[in-house]
Design a protein around this ligand. Structure first.
Ligand SMILES: Nc1ncnc2c1ncn2[C@@H]1O[C@H](COP(=O)(O)OP(=O)(O)OP(=O)(O)O)[C@@H](O)[C@H]1O
Length: 253
């Protein structure tokens, strides 16, 4: 049974539709990455999945007993607030010390419990947020651009940690990322979103598709090509094997 199933989901802010007819599911233990241009509705999709945004159409079905952990894109913390990592992780209340220690270990920062939150590096802070999401022992981890602000080495190391978390805890991961080159190796499946599901597939399928170079070509050229990706075509049938035509002339390298 799927952990979550998103069915024909549409989300509006006022009269503006930012997601329309989005369907996807996440199976136990898989790592699925959502890529897409800025403003393409990636965060809105995750927020709809956790119930923070109400869809105007469609629904999200959460498997019975499925627990979700969420790592937000940003978290505003008052820098002057003296608070240790372990106290921060205890904030929801009723959290056992053993669970804090274990989640910090899973997040790859076992020694940070007594560190001051305000003194952490960007990478350490992201891992503490990861630990926070792991405390409830989720079956599905949702990550919203968790490596924003980290350098390339920092984000590659963070994604390695995500794979370790999956291996050690068995949880599935649905994450948003802009780092296409890293995404390809760390994901079982990639979904390209642009208000709707534009295309999706395993990295191997995507890599062997003619669209691969346009979507994930090497370096900045590939990343830029994604943002110029032509999306206004019919999407009724395009799962995995990219049978439709795109105009990718701008992606030539
Ligand atoms: N609470 C809100 N009220 C009104 N408009 C919103 C709200 N949240 C997001 N939007 C708009 O909806 C669109 C989709 O936003 P969303 O944050 O889901 O996209 P995204 O793909 O995550 O973008 P980015 O890559 O820049 O983080 C954007 O145009 C954004 O300005």
């Amino acid at each position: 049974m799927s952990l979550i199933q998103v069915e024909d989901l549409s989300v509006c802010y006022g009269t503006r539709m930012v997601l329309s007819g989005v369907s996807l599911s996440v199976e136990p233990g898989e790592i699925v990455t959502i890529v897409g241009p800025n403003g393409s509705g990636k965060t809105s999709l995750l927020r709809a999945i956790i119930g923070a945004v109400k869809p105007v159409k469609g629904r999200v079905i959460q498997g019975s007993g499925v627990k979700i952990g969420y790592v937000p894109q940003r978290l505003q913390i008052d820098e002057t607030l003296p608070i240790t990592v372990s106290r921060f992780l205890k904030l929801p209340g009723g959290v056992a010390v053993a669970d804090i220690d274990q989640s910090l270990k899973h997040a790859g920062v076992p020694d940070l419990a007594n560190a001051q939150l305000s003194k952490l590096s960007g990478g350490q802070f992201q891992r503490v947020l990861l630990a926070r999401a792991l405390i409830g022992k989720p079956d599905l981890l949702l990550l919203d651009e968790a490596t924003q602000g980290l350098d390339q080495r920092g984000s590659a190391s963070f994604y390695q940690q995500i794979e370790t978390v999956r291996r050690d805890t068995g949880c599935a991961v649905l994450m948003i990322s802009h780092e296409l080159h890293v995404v390809m190796s760390a994901s079982d499946r990639v979904i390209c979103l642009n208000g709707h599901v534009c295309c999706e597939g395993t990295p191997a399928v995507v890599a062997s598709a003619p669209e691969y170079r346009a979507l994930f070509g090497t370096g900045t050229g590939g990343a830029l090509a994604l943002y110029r990706h032509e999306h206004d075509h019919d999407h009724g049938h395009d799962h995995g094997d990219h049978p439709h035509d795109h105009d990718h002339t701008e992606a030539a390298e």
